[in-house]
Ligand binder design. Sequence first.
Ligand SMILES: Nc1ncnc2c1ncn2[C@@H]1O[C@H](COP(=O)(O)OP(=O)(O)OP(=O)(O)O)[C@@H](O)[C@H]1O
Length: 809
Amino acid sequence: MPRSSSSPSEFPAAATTGAGQEALPGDAGARTSEAWRSAELRAENAYVGALYDRLEDQRALAAARLRETHLQDQGGTYQARMERDTLELHHTRRLSELHAAEYGLCFGRIENADGERRYIGRIALADEEHEPLLTDWRAPAAEPFYRATPAAPGAVAARRHLRSKGRTVVDFDDDAFGVSAPQGRAGAGLSGEGALLASLTAARTGRMGDIVATIQAEQDRVIRSELGGVLVVQGGPGTGKTVVALHRAAYLLYTHRDRLAKRGVLVIGPNTTFLRYIDQVLPALGESEVVLSSIGVLHPGVTATGPDTPGAAAVKGDARMVGVLAAALAGLRQLPEESWTITVGRRSSRQEELQVGRALCERAHAAAHRSGEPHNLARPELVERLTSELALRIARERGGELDLDAVADLADALVDEPDVQALADRLWPLLTPEQLLTALYGSAELLAAAMPDFTGAERAALLRERPAPEQAAPDRTAQSRTTRSRTAPEQAAGPWTVADVPLLDEAAELLGPLPGGAGADRAAAVAEARELEFAKLVLEDFGEGLVEIDAEMLARQYRGEQSLRPLAERAAEDRTWAYGHVIVDEAQELSPMDWRMLTRRCPGRSMTIVGDLAQTGAPAGLSSWGEALDEYTAGRWRTVELSVNYRTPAEIMRVTEGVLRTLDPELGAPVAVRGGGIPPWSLRIPEGDRGPALRSAVEKEIAALDGGRTAVIHAPTWPAGLVEELAGLDGVAVFDDPSALDSPVVLLTAGQSKGLEFDTVLVVEPAEILAAHNRGANDLYVALTRATKSLGVIHSGDLPELLAGLEPR
Ligand SMILES: Nc1ncnc2c1ncn2[C@@H]1O[C@H](COP(=O)(O)OP(=O)(O)OP(=O)(O)O)[C@@H](O)[C@H]1O
């Protein structure tokens, strides 16, 4: 190990009592004495203080380099400007990484039997002779800090967790291994129990924090699992799936930066409130290039805001919708019964009327199909076939010798004839994804033709008789480029719902870009390729170390596209962006159509999928992982299970047992890591006019709260009046409110509470949550497992038998 108690240089020696000394934990007297702890604390503070000094030096250095880069001549050659911008980005990132390490810079150390020790922290620091002072938590050398257990200590003889306030170490816990290892929780495999419990019992802030100091061994195995293939992390509530997935993102970017930084890592969460809940974790770990998104905003240019009935969501999520969209598109490509009449040469003295028969139209269709291109890109083949046949016919009808060059010129001229364009629009309309979906939802006839395998009720669930144009969100720019297309409906069926988004994405695959749209111009693509080659040469000059800068990014910058913008922004607006790794949280909620969209974003199939099948609430959600994954990665996905619940106290988990049994008698709840001391309770309120009764019961509970965050969780079927009754209470925010998580009390449905946690949870009318839909029991299980401290259930009717374990008040 690099730094031992006899380490050189003026850097303070680490605390002197270590595993190499006989006095480790077994010598209880020595280890608990106040004097010994104070001396240890002083030594740790000296060491950590010096680490902060070193951090300051590094910051000053990075800031100076950044300043130097700024001061460089702003002119210069193309290459010089590229180099300067590249360096500027590099130094800016380094500086933000150093700033992110401020809080809890160093949080632990390990020691081997020879007394050699290694300090573990948020980043790596070395002294001026490049001797390591602090090991990055993601480095292989830090792994034993997380993995060592009393049963399998490996080379680790002692481990210490440091607890700090600001830059001061205020306390520490020692785990010692070997013969003198204490029994109890540490014997059960918990690492850094004191630090862990302090973090678990702290009041919630409405934002998830990082757990870098207290990652447990089973979680560390997930975090450091290899990059390739699909890793499924199944675990009950509170087992740390979300937080572990986020740490895995940071770990993967550190370990495989050359492969991942340029393509980025995408994290998918269930909704924007959830994304806000987790959005500070990665920046705190020094990572700003991870894209946080949800299904509802994954298709560029669309933000899902509309609601779906459970029936509509189930149909839209069905894998058969792939065929439905293709059939709907085919249904919009018209053919004449016999023939259509068009007039050409309207603007000249030589107007001619032409009959365009069905056979010619079919040949034009066939030509477009043969191109193998997506719909919009195939249209030129159709137009080519039409105009060349029509030109030939006109030439023949005009008589005289057939001049092939003249025929070709005539065909070219026909392309711009309004009637020919109108004909092409009927035969093969240019379409945006929004227009295709709007056409489908707006026509019972098209739904019937495109959905023969669905029931009448399923088709009716999609029908929107009265589209709401004022809420429509079509791509107006795209539409204006397609002014020739008149066949497609002009109204959109917005607002789009979350379940529409993968359908829009699928439609975009089928349709391809519009002429003139991004990606459609092949000449521009050639120019782009040339610039890309040049940018690659510039990056080669820099050598390694600037891997986070992408040649593509540089090339775009000099095309005037400001591509040194954060990766998150560039990726979010590019539908064809291929991420290096995709992490999906609450993955059990995703429909087959969602999976199709996501796997398109990850052609390399390097994915981490975390979820809990017992919590599936979505109508098209999963009952098994194979349902989603076999189609895309058959035989290439692996599963790990997390088994310890860090969130929910044992008393609350006992109450959930009945609900879990109804979901699946085979399912076992994760083991709660701690008891909470507050027995979960139930309160019956009078049935009659329950609005005011509920209001006053909830109000009383809120008034009795002792700080922290509280959730009031209700059924999704509640009438608006009842929601308003509670939302009107002092300090209560509703889920959709952007500042909901900052409010002391949030009112939300069981489905919305997924992934979140609160100090106190009040579940109101559990029977209604159970009855709300066919996955009501899953929703109730989610609601009951959100609390870190206390759970109360308020009900007017009889309490469901499943909740027999509650103590009536
Ligand atoms: N090793 C750990 N150290 C400290 N806190 C932890 C640790 N593991 C998990 N936690 C905390 O436990 C809580 C639950 O974690 P998380 O939300 O990631 O669980 P989950 O498995 O995603 O839960 P659910 O499926 O119920 O949404 C969080 O507050 C998290 O920070």
